[in-house]
Design a protein around this ligand. Structure first.
Ligand SMILES: [Zn+2]
Length: 80
């Protein structure tokens, strides 16, 4: 896992995450954190492989929804 932010990622989620990035929102300059998951995982509530949040609390909440994913895209990458 590559984490270029100051966010704290609990150890148990680290193997599921490819990288954590931060970018400033263009409208009000608020930092927005982006979480990109490794193939084989997605966020439970959206089924997506990336997600963003504004605070450590929000990110912790998002992380707790990570679940195994066996969509076509993940299977393709894992097969290679
Ligand atoms: Zn997937």
């Amino acid at each position: 896992m590559i984490n270029s932010t100051t966010l704290k990622i609990p150890k148990k989620y680290q193997p599921m995450i490819e990288f954590v990035d931060v970018e400033c929102s263009t409208c009000d300059n608020t930092p927005v954190y982006w979480i990109y998951l490794n193939p084989g995982f997605c966020f439970g509530y959206s089924g997506w492989h990336l997600c963003n949040g504004l605070t450590q609390t929000e990110i912790s909440d998002i992380l707790s929804s990570i679940q195994p994913c066996n969509c076509e895209e993940c299977c393709e990458v894992i097969r290679k």
